[in-house]
Ligand binder design. Sequence first.
Ligand code: FAD
Length: 404
Amino acid sequence: DGPVVIVGAGHGGYQVAASLRQAGFSDRICLINDEAHLPYQRPPLSKAYIKGSAGPESLMFRPEKFYQDQKIELIAGRAVSIDRSEGKVHLASGEALAYGHLVLATGARNRLLDLPNANLPDVKYLRILDDSEALRKIMPSKTRVVVIGAGFIGLEFAATARIKGLEVDVLELAPRVMARAVTAEVSEYFQERHREAGIRIHLGVQATAIEAEGGKVTGISLSDGRHLPADLVVVGVGVLPNIELAAEAGLPVAAGIIVDEYLSTADPHISAIGDCALFASPRFGGSLRLESVQNATDHARCLAARLTGDRKAYDGHPWFWSDQGDDKLQMAGLTTGYDRVVLRGSPANKAFSAFCYKGEKLLGIESVNRAGDHMFGRRLQGMDRSITPEQAADESFDLKSALA
Ligand code: FAD
């Protein structure tokens, strides 16, 4: 009832607007966009986009005409406060927008490196198109980059920088790369592949200082006493969800904006989706906050359905991908709490999947260059089925038979 106002025009925000119109929603839709571009896809920013020469328009979900045709009002600006009693969002420009329903799709922002010199121009982050553009511009004049953080984005960038001919060092505090997200088997595979490509990976170390001369970065000091020369630093040490707008409006927040299984905040007129939302998950138990395109877009579709009369609890099946050099990692399911890993295929052949089990229960599959296994995992989960660890390990077992 009444206009839907969406704060944030990223993957989630764009998708709510598009899905609302698709479902026949006829009232006003305002999509508040604090970036100076039409809504765009984020994943290529650390992959194809940084490698290539295509312009920003190659990333856009839709051309401007789509928003005009669909009567989705793109409102340039930043939401600064919510007046819940009046049902209004205030923008930095002083303008106020009345809402019948408010969607918070504010995403996350980079965790900043807390070191002196971290704000020099040669220290970069990767979250928004402008970051990727800045890196594309600066990279041809650089020879040696230190990447801080061996998570997905750090490693994707490292692989790209190496392909572009830079010397690359990667620092990671944990004992293996992508440690929070993947099994040791997959970490080891990627460590080896990046090393083969000539990337130096330093595990169990931290950057303790950024050295600079005349405002230009010259190197990084490490917690083990070593120094690495560098003329560029790229930081990928995780993100913080953008929860402040909700918190200041008195909505419950923790490690995200707290929403129930319908993605509603404590205020029935306000929902939160995507990277910023800490959502109740009956399927996985407890609360989850995920950072993926799948999560943001499936949240958006679920919410658009509810706002047009089809109220269902969110029950998406998580999946994710990461392209690093020539390797494609794809993940289906949530593997937290696994106690057994079974490999199908072989890392030596550069194509394998790690099936993660808790007891006899398949929690998820991490596939490296095995797209078929990944698609199988997604379909199997959609059917709420499993296969045994013995079947997973047996290459002669026909996965398709489990879907019949
Ligand atoms: P976002 O897409 O971050 O959008 C939030 C938007 O809200 C932003 O534009 C922000 O500026 C805006 N905003 C915030 N506060 C306000 C305000 N007060 N007023 C107005 N606007 C505001 N996921 C994958 O699944 N696979 C990948 O390979 C992958 N690669 C990635 C590579 C990079 C470099 C990055 C940064 C992310 C990647 N991700 C990937 C993650 C994925 O992009 C995010 O999970 C997804 O974008 C989340 O969508 P969202 O709508 O929640 O947030």
